[in-house]
Design a protein around this ligand. Sequence first.
Ligand code: AMP
Length: 190
Amino acid sequence: MFNFILFGPPGSGKGTQSIKIAEKYGFAHISTGDIFRKNIREKTELGLKVQGIIEKGELVPDELLIEILEDAMDQYPNVSGFVFDGFPRTTQQAHDLDMMLNKREESVSLVLALEVNDDEILTRLLKRAELEGRKDDTKEVIENRISIYNDQTQPLIEFYTEKGKFKSVEGIGGIDDIFKSICEIIDQHK
Ligand code: AMP
């Protein structure tokens, strides 16, 4: 089982690239952000619980994540791998993921970061705000999300580097060129 984490700040292109990776390799794409947005649209109990948090650009509490992730994985019993998009986002989540995969006699195979600087991210997310009207894409909320990423998510780089699982690629350029660089790295690790 190839357990692949696509890592990077909000707006780095994780969603776009994850879909392409999942399609090419036959992996299941699991985006925790998409799961939350679906629950918000459908006004489920979880949706109502997380709506305010997400609209402010804050992180949903760690203890809610692992169960959601495990449920999502269980929907794909026959895949050869997963692309995790937007998870883990804190060191606690990374530990929880290790434990959960361990229980399944699995482990994280590779963490690949899309490198995009803060200025480019702000520009991209403001553009997405116009196009998609996501409630968490206003300037104030975007800045909050970038700062939360820097404080809480970036430390994961060290966590996975120490395990020898961390790689990165340039996340600025054409979608297909970036995809090609990602595939080269996946192919070296499969
Ligand atoms: P995304 O689409 O990945 O940018 O996620 C949108 C929002 O969902 C984030 O800003 C968080 O509020 C929430 N979210 C998604 N994934 C996680 C996670 N792994 N941990 C905490 N909150 C999350």
